[in-house]
Design a protein around this ligand. Structure first.
Ligand code: N01
Length: 548
């Protein structure tokens, strides 16, 4: 704000900052790398707008007890910089939230990214101004910024889903959502805690909460599979191996449909005898981790093959959990293994052997309401001091739609997506020129080890922007027919797997009441997706309209 020239000091006018080449929304894994690519590789004027007071995105917000990554640390990192790979050292097989946050802070410092990030800046709207070919962005603090390119790096799982359970506002204790965990922590000592939700998050949190709480009641709606993570400190030998062999590790990641550094066994569950199959599952169980899925190549495609894995895990739960009633509730699966995101855990099922842990089966006795003193189900009232909602996220579309993005002629993204997300390659939407959505719906995103999906998108977008500049082009925009064709491909890829069979999966938006039921991520595998994206770019951006 400056005093105006008339000398009337009371009359002030707002000067808008000059338009930038690009604005990036978010400073997590994707925003940081996108900032580096556009600012330092292409030399553009760029700013990143970040709601949090620090970098990290998911890892800034998700500070719940037990939060750690389910991808192995040596593959859960950027691979674009050899010096970065060489100078960072992970301590454990699965990095804990504080360690990942330290890593992302290290990246921000190493590449001097902070000076281009506005923290504490939540974007509230983004409007495309066709006459100026600019995106005009407003923030909660009232800032107005504009840029030719708008790139969302808002994460897939960043819009917390707090269920609208009647009476929540009357609860006299404290309630928290795992995705918006208080930075000063939550002290469970001596408290009666209720945890709603048994997805990857709840399964990580329950054992840690049970260690300090006086009592923990786990409210389970859907029985979930979980395989032991077998977390452990990394040995010096392994650390040396990673540093010396990263190209080989990266080759494995590129060949794996989910971006992990392992091979999927080239055998069907029925190529081996039942005894041999069990022995192979046992070995995978002992090894631990998401790799359990790779024991047979047909686990996520064939229901019969999948049943063999489900049976093995059911038996394991019965073996671990001493109380047969709890074991039956925990293993009462209603969907195929890995058709929802498969959790991995540290002592999750063992936790139900503790004296201070109870399990409530919400399928049999649903929650009726939250009262001032706790949670009431159709069968009983559970007095609680703290309620933890491990109830997940309005995934993939939620973070984008909460921003009120409007394209040509004020067209709202919410309107275009009223029946579910539609876009081309998960990257662009017709009517929204120069808007790119990193790991948007319709891309492998959440089905992939996220840094792999992120690097691929960021590099594709960077190359695309470089191409436009080199050709003197001003605009790129997905074409509607290309979006239709892509929607068919996304659907076909999902239908070749067991994933769409789970009617209550967040992949389908089913966890958020009223959200359209559309299978959102691209399930055709990262390698296939990368090939498609590369071919599109090589063809001069087929399916996109580019103009001066
Ligand atoms: O969320 P979820 P999450 N009443 O949606 C239950 C990633 N992640 O935060 O299955 C009662 O999976 C719901 O029940 P149901 C990972 O991609 C990564 O656990 O809908 N219960 C379910 O049990 C993961 O998939 C890491 O019947 C209700 C749970 O809440 C994604 O984040 C670690 C309910 C929600 O499970 C989300 O996982 C953790 C209600 N009204 C998470 N509403 C890494 O390692 C929901 N539920 C990187």
């Amino acid at each position: 704000m400056l005093a105006n020239r008339s000398g009337e000091g009371s009359v002030r006018q707002t000067l808008l900052p000059p338009a930038l080449d690009a604005l990036i929304v978010g400073a997590g894994f994707s925003g940081l790398y996108q900032l580096f690519c556009l600012r330092d590789r292409l030399g553009l004027s760029v700013e990143a707008l970040e709601a949090g007071e620090g970098v990290g995105g998911t890892w800034y917000w998700n500070r719940y007890p037990g939060a750690r990554c389910d991808s192995e640390s040596h593959t859960y990192c950027y691979t674009f910089s050899e010096p970065l790979l060489q100078d960072w050292e992970w301590t454990e097989r699965y990095p804990e939230q504080p360690e990942i946050l330290r890593y992302l802070n290290h990246v921000a410092d190493r590449f001097d990214l902070r000076r281009s990030i506005r923290f504490g800046t939540r974007v509230t709207s983004a409007r495309y101004d066709a006459a100026a070919n600019l995106w005009r962005v407003a923030t909660e603090r009232g800032e107005r910024l504009s840029a030719k390119f708008l790139i969302t790096a808002v994460g897939c799982l960043s819009a917390a889903n707090v269920p609208k359970i009647p009476g929540l506002e009357s609860f006299a204790g404290r309630w928290v959502h795992t995705g918006e965990w208080p930075h000063d922590g939550v002290d469970f000592t001596g408290k009666r805690v209720g945890m709603v939700g048994t997805g990857s998050t709840g399964i990580q949190a329950a054992p840690v909460i049970a260690n300090t709480a006086a009592h923990l009641t786990v409210f389970q709606r859907t029985a979930n599979y979980s395989v032991p993570a077998r977390n452990a400190p990394l040995t010096a030998d392994f650390k040396r191996y990673v540093k010396a062999n990263f190209p080989e590790i990266r080759r494995l990641m590129d060949g794996n449909p989910n971006g992990h550094a392992w091979l999927i066994a080239d055998r069907s569950a029925f190529d081996v005898s039942p005894d041999e199959r069990r022995a192979l599952y046992e070995a995978a169980w002992q090894k631990g981790g998401l790799q359990f899925r790779a024991t047979f190549r047909d686990l996520v495609q064939s229901k019969a093959a999948n049943d063999t894995a489900a049976e093995f895990i059911r038996d394991k739960i019965r073996e671990v959990v001493k109380d047969p009633v709890k074991a039956a509730i925990l293993s009462d699966f209603d969907h195929p293994y890995a058709a929802k995101r498969p959790p991995i855990d540290t002592d999750y099922f063992e936790t139900f052997n503790r004296e201070n842990v109870a399990l409530v089966n919400l399928r049999a006795t649903p929650i009726e309401r939250i009262t001032p003193s706790g949670i009431r189900t159709s069968a009983a009232e559970y007095p609680l001091d703290i309620i933890v909602f491990a109830t997940g996220f309005d995934a993939l579309t939620g973070p984008l739609l909460r921003m009120d993005i409007r394209g040509r002629n004020g067209l709202a993204l919410a309107e275009v997506w009223h029946a579910g997300p539609r876009n081309y390659l998960g990257l662009q939407v017709a009517g929204f020129p120069n808007l790119f959505t990193i790991t948007g719906p319709g891309s492998p995103s959440v089905l992939c080890n996220m840094p792999v999906a992120i690097e691929q998108h960021v590099e594709w977008i960077t190359d695309c922007v470089a191409h436009l500049r080199a050709q003197g082009l001003e605009r790129i925009e997905a074409e509607a027919p290309a979006m239709d064709r892509w929607a068919d491909q996304v659907k076909a890829a999902a239908n070749a797997t067991l994933l769409p069979l789970v009617t209550h999966s967040w992949y389908l938006g089913a966890n958020v009441p009223g959200k359209p039921r559309v299978f959102m991520p691209y399930a055709g595998g990262m390698a296939q997706y990368r090939k498609i994206c590369d071919e599109v770019a090589a063809s001069g951006y087929r399916g996109f309209a580019v103009s001066r």
